[in-house]
Design a protein around this ligand. Sequence first.
Ligand code: CFM
Length: 546
Amino acid sequence: MESKTQFPDPSQVREELIEKYPAKVAKKRNKSIIINDPETVPEVQANVRTVPGIITQRGCSYAGCKGVVLGPTRDVVNITHGPIGCGFYSWLTRRNQTKPETDADANFITYCFSTDMQEENIVFGGEKKLKVAIQEAYDLFHPKAIAIFSTCPVGLIGDDVHAASREMKEKFGDCNVFGFSCEGYRGVSQSAGHHIANNGIFKHMVGRNNEIKEGKFKLNLLGEYNIGGDAFEIERIFNKCGLTINSSFSGNSTVGQLENAHMADLNAIMCHRSINYMGDMLETKYGIPWMKINFIGAESSAKSLRKIAEYFGDAELKARVEEVIKEEMPKVKEVIDEILPRTSGKTAMLFVGGSRAHHYQDLFSELGMTTVAAGYEFAHRDDYEGREVLPNIKVDADSKNIEELKIEADPELYKPRKTEAELEELKAKGLEINSYEGMMKQMMKKSLVVDDISHYESEKLIEIYKPDIFCAGVKEKYVVQKMGVPLKQLHSYDYGGPYTGFEGAVNFYRDIDRMVNNPVWKLIKAPWQKTADSEKESLSASYVTQ
Ligand code: CFM
């Protein structure tokens, strides 16, 4: 791909990133720092342990299970079984918004439930305390479900959260109680927790309610957690088009929705990394296909709507979708026309999570900006290279730790929503069913892809490329900004958003315009720098033209 911008030679950059490491570490990191080629996508080392001592952006398995996947369901009482720190730091730190339909509907999202384990419980066991906590939550709130999340010490001392949950569930009779063995150490990152959460929801919730809800075109929205109200914007657009969200996994979701997920006719997957297991299991057991969609970016939203309409194959729906796109696009176009001259040609780097480093590249390209380097914290090779590499992924000891549920077609409820012939026809039309092409095929040739980037490597990349914006999280924010580069938080959105759909795209364009065109970044100078400008000049000496 041709570009007007000058970029450093990526192989030289890679050398520079690893040159300070001891030989063994350099060898390992080398496999996770890849020069992209969208035509023949190279292999990326991903989902492996972080080298001890390296400052990683990653979180833990408990974070992925409790915080990410189960956290946003508003009427489950989520109890952290463990020391108070784990519960406290997972309390409202992710901006998954909720809006109950009425004031009378349960919403426990603002509560923090923990068993507050003490030394005594570590020595003598914590099951008794856990059962008391479950009882207390039940007496106070009478929730439809109580979920128990294990933290590291629970696994180390061997508390059986599953037996305790079963016992309490039987005792109550009208409250579903279930546990998760999602101890922080259980995998190499929060990704393990996603898988554990998917398994638990599938085993304990999905399929308990066969009610057929109203709506002609019913789909589940998978892997959309309503950060900053993202799911509300998608819902607004779906409502306009006549599409019904049957269940949401799991932004603003309810127990009732998750229990009824098997009654939808399509699973639309936003975040492939965190929820792909659910898509596959719903397909195998109930015959519901899944499709990768992306509502980050106005063009991507339009494309996703068209894909959904094509799937349902209804002429009226297709026409309505076109009408909605026609209605929404002019507002977007107006803002783009204003902003594009100011953002065009600028560069971005995205190092975040397991899906946004891909999705947000679409928004940047709508702004005429180039992503020069990107990477995930905890994604797997399929999120980088595409799902076709799945059969070649080596299952290591860390992945073997996580249970793979054996799912079979349900004798009564399995009902293929599309025949083989219909699926083939859709595929022939370019609709990817049950597949995801990953991030790298959409990235520029010779851009850098770095998995589980270390703090040191981020600083080096910023020094070398001097991007106009760096996207990551709060842990990186202020260090990066002190280097004179604005940082956009792509986890919490810096308290902004929504960024999905058409209205979200406009919000994002405006926020990025304000950041990359703010003169303040050029004025930042550390006390030891003589002048900010002379520093920049010396660094730009390493640039080569492509
Ligand atoms: Fe999926 Fe997410 Fe993400 Fe994720 Fe996350 Fe998140 Fe994320 Mo933070 S589920 S992988 S574990 S899109 S919390 S809403 S922003 S790292 S890129």
